[in-house]
Ligand binder design. Sequence first.
Ligand SMILES: [Zn+2]
Ligand SMILES: [Zn+2]
Length: 362
Amino acid sequence: MALLHNRVSQKELKERLYQETEARTTISFYCYHPIQNPQEFRDELYKRLHPLKVYGRIYVAKEGINAQVSVPSSNFEALKFFLYSYNFLNEIRLNVAVDDDGKSFWVLKIKAREKIVADGIEDPTFSMANKGRYVNAQQMNKLLKNPDTIVVDMRNHYEYEVGHFEKAMEVPSDTFREQLPMAVEMLKDKKDKNIIMYCTGGIRCEKASAYMLHHGFNNVFHLEGGIINYAQQIQQEGLESKFKGKNFVFDDRLGERITEDIIALCHQCGKAADIHTNCKNDACHLLFIQCEECAKKYDSCCSVECQTVYQLPLEEQKKLREGKQKGIMVFNKSRSRLRPTIEEIQEMRFAERVECNNKISQ
Ligand SMILES: [Zn+2]
Ligand SMILES: [Zn+2]
């Protein structure tokens, strides 16, 4: 039987990656489509993708596939050809990462999971077969002019805070699984309105649209390819952006500016600002919005307390952290302190994108 898993050490794999001279193309795609036997499909994918030197993570579940992979650029066409050979993946949009060096993955991991996006839905009658209608940027703008349209943002608060569609409704929860029932509850009197759901890349709002239909909403839409795709279309087609501010993305910039509007406020002085930062005090690391003046005034710390710690010699900071471990944990119970660090968010987002649920055994 062919080997369907990697057997080479991590170290060796990384070395191999760095010795590669050819450029890699990083792509992501997802598709909700019933897959009868995810394990079988998984093995088939592995057999076909391994020879193409595809690295990255792919999750397959009964509800579909979610992938983020890199491929030697000369194999890109072959990969595309292979993917398109499946009816359900034919012509699927492959999102190519723009500023990626292709070194993010050094091994191919394909896993059969319960779900491609963790949703907490336990209702066995729920299915992704009945989804909302896709809208592109132009259709989105047109629908937004209609007073009977309600736009729903399916992202997290820190994302909404720095940029969102005009009049978009926020669903105030930290997790997607909590947001789903919450959105139904918030909109229960609006079943005949046009409901447009959106998120960063489309995978969450597509599921949310099916969930709304399942709960008796009649006119549900979702933004195809999410804000990322909307921003591209706006530019290419010269349309007005109804999305204002920044799209929070998970690279070093922590946000891609879509319009010049600054819709958030500095968490310290209340002045218009939309730059996310992590508190420089390593014992805190709070993710928050800080204006340039406050960054100078507080040494990029979130508070005077943190600044005082930050200004101590490193050794003393370390000692202080050891002693205060417990205190910090208690402090973490405060709602605002629950905000994760940038690293945690990046991890979470990756988990959300390609992994489905940490609770499901590896
Ligand atoms: Zn400020
Ligand atoms: Zn702090």
